[in-house]
Write a protein that binds this ligand. Structure first.
Ligand SMILES: Nc1ncnc2c1ncn2[C@@H]1O[C@H](COP(=O)(O)OP(=O)(O)OP(=O)(O)O)[C@@H](O)[C@H]1O
Ligand SMILES: [Mg+2]
Length: 342
């Protein structure tokens, strides 16, 4: 099993959900109530809103002994799905020299977190549903069934209603896992949490620095399409940019965040086609520049996560990766993923 497909993680000792808004309080209450029962949980919400965090809180508050196993449903190749999830017996297929437990077994008495379940191809959804309906599964190549003894948490950041109507999400699987649903609201719907969150992320980086009130005002106004992850990355970058200064000013968070939302297409076009330019730029040059700016924006908002950027841009990972390469933005991706690498 490759590292990027699934990780057996022991959650950090404390998963703290910061915020005093009614939404934040509702999420904390939900996590502690859900931890007390064994029903499936379905976490919905935009990218970066905190679904992983809520899943880990549910797991870490339970009294059961097992592990928290993260399954990235979007990354498991179809051919390996069953052996990854359910395990395989010795000699089940070429190369299966030993029998191996699957992720459901690894998560026994713990939690299996089916992340990005909305991205699972339909055939795999059917296999997963069958196991969940029966409450058991078989290792590939074995005949004896094994009982599912794990708590199931699924999450998705796709619009589930749309995925259902388009047939991308099977409605039978959806109804099977949608026992305890919770939507983690976007950050722009709980702006009162922004100062607490920003200060929390700041303290993790540098507890001597402060955030200037003007900067906090910019934070409070901004739309945060990448939600808490974007805020966290912005604070990390701002600490980095303000090296040696006691306070984070608005200049340290720009140009990534703009105080005012763009005024419409006119400004955008005027920036790319300035009046003063002697030689009128060609259509090709302008569209290239616009594409590059657009890519920089989505990458910045997702902290350099190309997969999430593809989701935000409504395209597929492969296509966006090709664009990133075409526009020579691989260095930007690296820098965004590790703000300290420069
Ligand atoms: N309320 C919060 N308090 C503290 N940290 C938070 C909070 N919400 C989110 N975070 C942090 O923000 C980052 C993004 O959150 P998380 O990974 O849970 O988002 P997500 O909803 O799972 O996103 P995606 O759909 O992209 O997987 C994480 O580092 C997480 O710990
Ligand atoms: Mg997540």
């Amino acid at each position: 099993m490759s590292q990027n497909q699934a990780l057996a993680l022991e959650p950090q000792p404390a998963h703290v959900l910061i915020g005093q808004s009614a939404h934040a309080q509702r999420l904390r209450t939900f996590a502690s109530q859900a931890a007390r029962v064994r029903h499936s949980v379905l976490l919905l919400g935009e990218t970066g809103s905190g679904k992983d965090l809520v899943a880990k809180m549910i797991h870490s508050q339970k009294t059961r002994s097992g592990q928290f196993v993260l399954v990235n449903c979007a990354a498991i190749p179809e051919a390996l799905f069953e052996s990854e999830l359910f395990g395989h017996g010795k000699g089940a297929f070429t190369g299966a020299q030993e029998s191996k437990p699957g992720l459901f077994e690894t998560a026994e008495h713990g939690t299996i977190f089916l992340n990005e379940i909305g991205e699972l191809p339909s055939a795999m959804q059917a296999k997963l549903l069958e196991a969940l309906e029966n409450g058991n599964y078989r290792r590939v190549g074995e005949v004896t069934g094994k009982t599912i003894k794990t708590r199931i948490i699924a999450a998705t950041n796709v619009n589930i209603k749309k995925a259902l109507s388009e047939g991308k999400m099977r409605s039978d699987l959806y109804h099977r896992i949608n026992v305890l649903p919770m939507t983690v609201p976007p950050l722009r719907e709980r702006r009162e949490d922004i100062p607490d969150l920003a200060n929390y992320f700041l303290r993790q980086e540098d507890d001597a620095k402060t955030i200037a009130p003007e900067t906090m005002a910019v934070f409070r106004k901004y739309e945060w399409p990448g939600n808490v992850r974007e805020l966290k990355n912005t604070v990390i970058r701002a600490v980095f940019n303000s090296n040696g200064e006691p306070s984070i000013g608005p200049e340290h968070v720009r140009p990534h965040l703009k105080e005012e939302p763009p005024q419409g297409n006119e400004n955008w076009v005027q920036r790319l086609v300035p009046n003063s330019q002697e030689k009128f730029p060609t259509f090709g040059a302008v569209t290239q520049a616009a594409e590059r700016e657009y890519l920089k924006e989505v990458l910045t908002r997702t902290g350099g996560n190309v997969k999430k950027a593809a989701q935000l841009a409504g395209t597929c990972y492969r296509k966006l990766l090709l664009e990133v390469q075409k526009h020579n933005l691989r260095d930007l991706v690296r820098e965004l993923r590790n703000p300290y690498s420069e």
